[in-house]
Design a protein around this ligand. Structure first.
Ligand code: NDP
Ligand code: AKG
Length: 483
């Protein structure tokens, strides 16, 4: 019988007032329950919010450099438990062990980047018009923040939201994605072991809509940092904004890759396979549209299809697997829905497009990497985020048309172009409507010391990561002093 895990409120592991639990399962073997978690309600959420509000009084008064002390211990713990954490991620999300190790490594890099931030909580001093007046700005903590994290990078995204929030002197209520509750409990255990005081980080597991409603309505919550679907993120932004709260939402993408006639095609294909198919395309920065110029269209299509067909899908612990299963049944249904949509709307299904169930894959959410050609920019599979291993290849007659197609979506997170023409590369960088962009690189490439976030419906609020990481969690105070 799998273990039952509690919520973490005010420094104690406590059950939900509902008395109910829900399972988190292994998407590679759906009968395997990894643990049972609290099915929390509004009252549990209020309990966590009130504990966080009480702790804010003392935590916000701790000198900023001292608040950062826990981070050194946290990094050591992440390094010591690297393999155990990666294995938990593979077991719960389905991604291969190699990808899971990559997530842990990126998380450590991101935490290292944040170590100096508490001593860089700088303001400005500017000369006043009055020579008797000394004026400056300070950055102050705000109160309790809600952290709502997704399942695709449960350790990384959870920590790169929680840690800046508390470094800045705030306290948090953390609501992880339900299907990654186990790794999220482990994440909170690490913060506790690293010495984060009681009440500073509070964990509430359970249904997003129920917990989300209380987090959105409760005036003690000063802001919400969210990563997930645009549908939920935009709704949260509207609701929390209506009562004067803050929102930072990192949402979906429909990221284009343009392939120019002069591109190194093999490099382009390598990058697109990495960014579009690995992790089953379950990345907000994943390439889902390949826009190709006529001179190289046939070569690109043939090579992309061959590479998609060669991807080996299996349990994430099998060293021969390149892709594991999709994260859950919802993802499987979404994938099958969009495949059907693509066929119905007249795109040509070149490969994949189906659930894989033979040879030991019977009991998991395994699917085949999928390529559609003959896709037009208006088709649903060219417009909506699929978040699965599906690439839509769109033909464009010229660079100008390719740019138009690339920008003809509601999303604006990441993008890439493959070309050796410097002029075209700069034209692309200038004209593309995305928060992150690349030249001759995968659209998923990401380094935690640069700001990260999207334009259009891909992002709301200040950027995460880099030197902007704490911006969302502080307010400026302007001080004028006449001694
Ligand atoms: N930008 C990104 O990195 C991500 C994008 N997505 C996109 O979203 C699609 C659906 O995935 P899904 O996991 O359902 O995404 P959601 O946006 O529904 O979930 C993301 C997080 O929000 C929580 N949540 C759900 N509903 C609410 C609500 N009403 N109020 C507050 N919080 C809520 C979820 O909790 P719970 O798990 O309990 O529902 C989870 O913690 C994917 O197919 C993909 O397109 C998904 C994940 C990450
Ligand atoms: O690449 C990463 O580390 C995670 C970025 C992210 O949030 C995503 O692509 O979903």
């Amino acid at each position: 019988m799998a273990q039952t895990y509690a919520n973490y409120i005010n420094g104690e592991w406590v059950p939900s007032q509902t008395g109910e639990v829900f399972p988190s399962i292994n998407p590679a073997r759906t009968q395997e329950v990894l643990g049972y978690f609290q099915k929390s309600n509004a009252a549990d959420t209020r309990h966590a919010i009130e504990a966080a509000a009480e702790s804010f009084i003392s935590w916000s008064r701790v000198a900023a450099p001292l608040r950062g002390e826990f981070l050194y211990k946290l990094i050591t713990l992440l390094e010591e438990k690297r393999e155990e954490l990666a294995e938990t991620i593979t077991r719960e999300v389905g991604k291969t062990l190699k990808e899971a190790r990559g997530e842990v490594n990126k998380t450590i890099a991101s935490m290292k980047q944040l170590t100096g931030e508490v001593t860089r909580l700088s303001g400005q001093t500017l000369p006043s018009f009055d020579e008797q007046v000394f004026a400056y700005t300070v950055r102050e903590p705000i109160g309790v923040f809600a952290i709502i994290a997704p399942w695709n990078f449960p350790l990384g995204i959870g920590l790169w939201k929680i840690v800046p929030a508390i470094l800045a002197g705030n306290t948090v209520v953390f609501k992880p994605a339900s299907n990654t509750s186990l790794i999220s409990v482990k994440l909170v255990e690490l913060l506790v072991e690293a010495g984060v005081p009681a009440g500073v980080v509070n964990l509430v597991t359970g249904p997003g809509a129920v917990i989300g409603e209380e987090l959105t309505r409760n005036p003690l919550i000063k802001g919400i940092s969210f990563t997930g679907s645009s549908e939920v993120g935009l709704a949260l932004g509207k609701a929390v904004g209506a009562r004067g709260g803050k929102i930072q939402a990192e949402m979906g993408g429909k990221n284009p890759a343009i392939i120019m006639p002069d591109a190194d095609i093999d490099l382009a294909i390598d990058c697109i396979v990495t960014s579009g198919f690995l992790d089953n395309g379950q990345r907000c920065t994943g390439t889902s549209r390949v826009i190709v110029l006529p001179e190289v269209a046939a070569e690109v299509k043939a090579k992309l299809i061959a590479r998609a067909e060669a991807i080996r899908v299996g349990d994430g612990f099998d060293p021969n697997s390149v892709n594991g299963p999709l994260a859950d049944e919802h993802q499987l249904r979404t994938y099958l829905h969009y495949v059907q949509k693509g066929i119905e709307e007249g795109a040509k299904l070149e490969c994949g497009g189906k659930r894989l169930q033979g040879g030991g894959l019977e009991d998991g959410y395994f699917v085949a990497p999928t390529v559609f050609t003959g896709v037009t920019p208006q088709m649903t599979i060219a417009q909506e985020e699929i978040f699965g291993p599906v690439i839509a290849v769109i033909d464009a007659g010229s660079f100008e048309e390719a740019m138009e197609v690339a920008n003809q979506v509601e999303f604006g997170l990441s993008s890439t172009i493959f070309t050796n023409d410097l002029k075209k590369a700069f034209q692309f960088v200038k004209g593309i409507q995305s928060g992150v962009t690349h030249v001759n690189m995968p659209s998923t490439h990401f380094e935690s010391h640069y700001p990260f976030g999207g334009k259009k419906i891909s992002g709301l609020g200040p950027r995460e990561q880099g030197e902007s990481a704490l911006d969302f969690y502080v307010e400026l105070k302007t001080v004028y002093i006449r001694p």
